[in-house]
Design a protein around this ligand. Sequence first.
Ligand SMILES: N[C@@H](CCC(=O)N[C@@H](CS)C(=O)NCC(=O)O)C(=O)O
Length: 280
Amino acid sequence: MVNVVYGTIESSHMRMILIAAAEMGLLNTPAFELRKLDWMILYGPDDQFDCKASPFKRFPWFEDTGNGVKLYESRAIIKYLAARTKSPLLPDLSEPAAMAKFDSACSIELGDFAPYTNRFLWEVFYGPMFARKPPTPDVVHMCQDALTNSLRGYERILRDQNYLAGDDLTLVDLFHIPAGYLATQLGAIPILQDSVPRFPIPGPADVPSRSEGSIPLPDQGKEGDGTWPLPHVKAWWDKLLQRESVKLVNKMFEDRMIEWAEAQKNDETKTNYDYTANKL
Ligand SMILES: N[C@@H](CCC(=O)N[C@@H](CS)C(=O)NCC(=O)O)C(=O)O
C-alpha cells in the first residue's frame, strides 16, 4: 500500500498525521507519501477544487493507492493507518471497555481541547495571516480560560492513569500535540509554555492582554513553592514532547517556519492570501 496524504506541514492537522505516521514507522518510507499542496488552492473557486476529496475545502486529505480508499478528517485517517498497520496505539475496539475508554478520551480531545486551541490559533495566527483580521480579545481570553478549565479536568484524569485512555499511550494523546504545541507557543496555555521552545512564527498577532474583570488564570506559572499547578498534566505533556516522533515532526515544522519567516523578511513570499474574497 502507498498512503498518500495531501496538504502541507504548516497545517496542524497534517502534523498530527505525520506524528502518528512516525509512531507507526511509516514516515520517510516508500509506504507513505506527503504530497505538498499550497494553501491557495483551498480559497479558489469550487469548480477548480476536488470537493469530493475534501468537502469542507480543508487540509489534509488521504488516499490509499493500494485499495483506492479515500478519506478526509485527520483523526479518521490516523485511525485507518493504525488499523491497517495493526498499531498498538489503537486499542482493541472489539473489547468494550477499551473501546469506550478510548472513545471517551477522543470526545474530550474533540470537545474540550481542540475547539479552543483551534479557535485561539485562528484568532492570533491564521486570522491575522489569511483574513488580515486582528484578534478579538474576548474570544482569545475565552479560549485561554476554557483551556485552563479543561486541563483541570485532564489533571483529575491523569492523577490516576498515565495517559488519557488508560495507562498506555494511544493515538488520542498524540492528537493533542500539533495544535496544542503551536497554541502554547503563542500563549494559549501558560502552564505548558516553558516546555515549548520558541522559534520564529510568521504572521502571529500579539495576544491581547487581559482586561480588568476577566476570569483570573490561576496557571500563569509556578506556584510560590516552586511547584507547577496541574503537575500531572505537565508531566503528561512533557512526556509526549519527548517522543522521537513528536521531536521529528516539530523540528520539520520549526524548519519550515524559519524558512517562511526568512522568505517574508526578504519579501519572497506573500502570506496574506485574500481569504475573505474567496472563501467568506
Ligand atoms: N476536522 C478537520 C480539520 C482540518 C482543518 O481545520 N484544517 C485546516 C488546516 S490545519 C484548514 O485546512 N484550514 C483552512 C480553512 O479552514 O480555510 C480534520 O481533522 O482534518
